[in-house]
Structure formats: C-alpha cells, structure tokens
Design a protein around this ligand. Structure first.
Ligand SMILES: Cc1cc2nc3c(=O)[nH]c(=O)nc-3n(C[C@H](O)[C@H](O)[C@H](O)COP(=O)(O)O)c2cc1C
Length: 326
C-alpha cells in the first residue's frame, strides 16, 4: 500500500524544526513513501473567529435540521481548507513546532485551532472525507532549553491531534537548539538521529494494520501510560459527575497515582474499568464531550430570555480603549 506523509513545520525557514522534519521525511522517502512538506509561515492562516458556525452546523445536521455542511466561515478566505483537505489524504504526518514561552508557538496554534471545523469523525459520517486515512503522527517540540522550559510544548501539540482523529505514535523534544540549524552541530548528533528514528517509526506504524498499531516512542516517557504526557493532575468532578483521583491533561484518561516499575518515577495507573471513558483519542469517548456541549447549549437556549435586560446593560457598558495612532 502506498504511504503519503506530510511534514509540517511552524518554525523558521532553515531552522531546527525544518531540519528535523527533513531528516525524518528523507528516511520515509527512501523507504518509498510519497512525501511533502509545508512551513506554516508560507500560508495565509487566519485565527479562528470563535463563531461556533461549525459546531452549530454539526449539531443541526445531527438533529436533522440541516442537510448540507458548509464548513468553516473562513473556508474561502485563507489557505487552511486546502491544507487540511490535503492532510486528510496523508497516512502520516510529522509536525515540528518551536516552543515559545513554554508552549507551542502561536503560528502552530493558529493553524491547529482551526481543526474543529474539520472533525474527521464528523466529515466521515457526512461523506465529505470518503476514506479514513488513519493518520499517524510524530511530534517534535523544538526549544532553546530543556524540558523545564518546554513543559507544555509536546502536551499541547499532542492535544491538537484528537479533533482530526490523528494518532500520535512518537514524540520527541529537541533541546538546547536556540539558533537556526543549531541541531546540526556535533553535540546534537543524537537528537538528529532521533528525528530520523521518528521517520522509521512513522513508516513502521503505517505498515502495521490500524488495529495493531501502538506507541513506538519511549515506552516509559511521561506520566501517562496512554499518551505519554507528563501532565497528570488531581481530578475534579466532570459535568456529569464522573470523577477520577487523577487524570491526564492531554488524553483525559483517569486513575490513581502509582510508580512506573521500570523507572521508579510517578506513573498514572489507569482505572482498569472506566479509565478510558474520557479518552479523547477514542471517537466514542469524545462523543460524550459533544453531549456535554449540546446539553450546555440547550440549557442556554432555554434560559436565553431571562438574560435579555442584563445583556443589554453589559452591551451598553463602555470603557476607554486603546486608540492606535496610524
Ligand atoms: C518568543 C520566543 C520565546 C521562546 N521561548 C522559549 C521557551 O519558553 N523555551 C525554550 O526552550 N525555547 C524558547 N525559545 C527558543 C526557540 O524555541 C528556539 O529558538 C527554537 O529553535 C525555534 O525553532 P526553529 O529553529 O525551528 O525556528 C523562544 C524563542 C522565541 C523567539
């Protein structure tokens, strides 16, 4: 079966992310994959306006109130529609994002926060996407420092994957590569080799039947054994009363805190019965979240009349703003 892989970079041209993506793509190309690469800086990517036009339409279609899905309101105004349509034809993706202020750069977030209008499970259901590409991802955070200055980077990139039903199978953090092409100096040979290994992993995953695919990165990485994120926090009651002692901030799995037998470090022990009911990477579990959105929305529409006067008061309330001199 032919494999097609897109490399996505949100960093500088000829920067460390681009080099790491190229190293991984070259491995894939040599194995016979069709590869392509984009740098988000070369495209017009508008920020999500927050109009909720996509999810309102999805809800209306689900309730039989609307037949055709018109997609994002920005569909014809920038390049995102063409980029995502192309991405939907790829079985693999390698994404490199610079870490700015501990987290993924705004260039990447701007792109990823447009994914909501392209919920793959929804597009499949209504026939816009004919064939599920079962895309697997390798994620690269690129930073000038080490983990302590990139604690939210991989986690947030990873969290951007579930809307598109993309399965991360590997991730790595490029560390201490501040200057462009810093990754090419000898000290970083291991890091570049790791990027190439990511290419191998993406190939291996694409060659594996979808139901048998598994995590190919470091099995002991992170605190969550499901998605390997390092962000596990004490859980609070969810909207429907579900509660876990601890849950993963990225995938949403729940359980108790234990110890990884291989490393002796903290490790989430996922509840064997219910631990995956909030796993955002499972379409069925994510559908529960849609249920939450629908319930919140129904409640709002039922009570909308009650807020007419207070809303008018807030609308009338004006404060000095900042005038820009042009
Ligand atoms: C605005 C800004 C904020 C940054 N913040 C961080 C940071 O919090 N942690 C870190 O490790 N590196 C930080 N860096 C360094 C970049 O992540 C680093 O230069 C990286 O190599 C950029 O990727 P690129 O070479 O692919 O463009 C920052 C750089 C900039 C410009």
């Amino acid at each position: 079966m032919a494999h097609k892989v897109m490399g996505i970079c949100a960093g500088r041209h000829d920067g460390n992310g681009e080099i790491a993506v190229k190293a991984a793509l070259k491995v894939l190309q040599d194995k016979g994959a069709e590869v392509e690469m984009i740098n988000l800086f070369d495209y017009n990517i508008l920020p999500c306006t927050g109009c909720e036009g996509c999810t309102m339409q999805m809800g209306n279609i689900a309730m039989g109130k609307q037949k055709e899905y018109h997609g994002c309101v920005l569909k014809d105004k920038d390049d995102v529609d063409q980029l995502v349509t192309e991405l939907h034809t790829c079985n693999g993706v390698i994404i490199a994002v610079p870490t700015y202020d501990l987290a993924p750069s705004s260039m990447y977030m701007r792109f990823a926060q447009r994914f909501l209008a392209y919920e793959l499970s929804f597009l499949k259901e209504i026939g816009v996407v004919k064939e599920d590409p079962h895309t697997v991802a390798g994620l690269i955070a690129v930073g000038g420092s080490m983990h302590d200055w990139q604690p939210l980077a991989l986690e947030v990139i990873q969290a951007s994957m579930f809307t598109m039903s993309i399965t991360p199978v590997d991730r790595m953090m490029l560390q201490r590569v501040g200057r462009p092409a810093n990754v090419l100096i000898d000290d970083n040979a291991d890091q570049l080799a790791r990027a190439k290994e990511m290419g191998e992993h993406i190939w291996e995953a694409m060659e594996t039947p979808v139901e048998d695919r598994k995590w190919l990165g470091d099995p002991d990485e992170g605190v969550c054994p499901n998605c390997h994120s390092s962000l596990v926090y004490p859980g609070d009651k969810h909207w429907d009363g579900v509660e876990f002692p601890y849950e993963c901030a990225v995938c949403g799995c729940g359980g108790t805190m234990g110890t990884n037998p291989n490393t002796g470090r903290p490790w989430l022990v996922i509840d064997p019965e219910n631990g995956h009911i909030r796993d955002r990477f499972i379409d069925k579990s994510r559908a529960e979240h849609l249920n939450e959105i629908v319930q919140t929305r129904i409640n709002f529409f039922q009570k909308q009349g009650e807020i007419k006067d207070t809303l008018a008061e807030y609308k009338a309330m004006k404060f000095p703003t900042v005038e820009i001199k042009r």
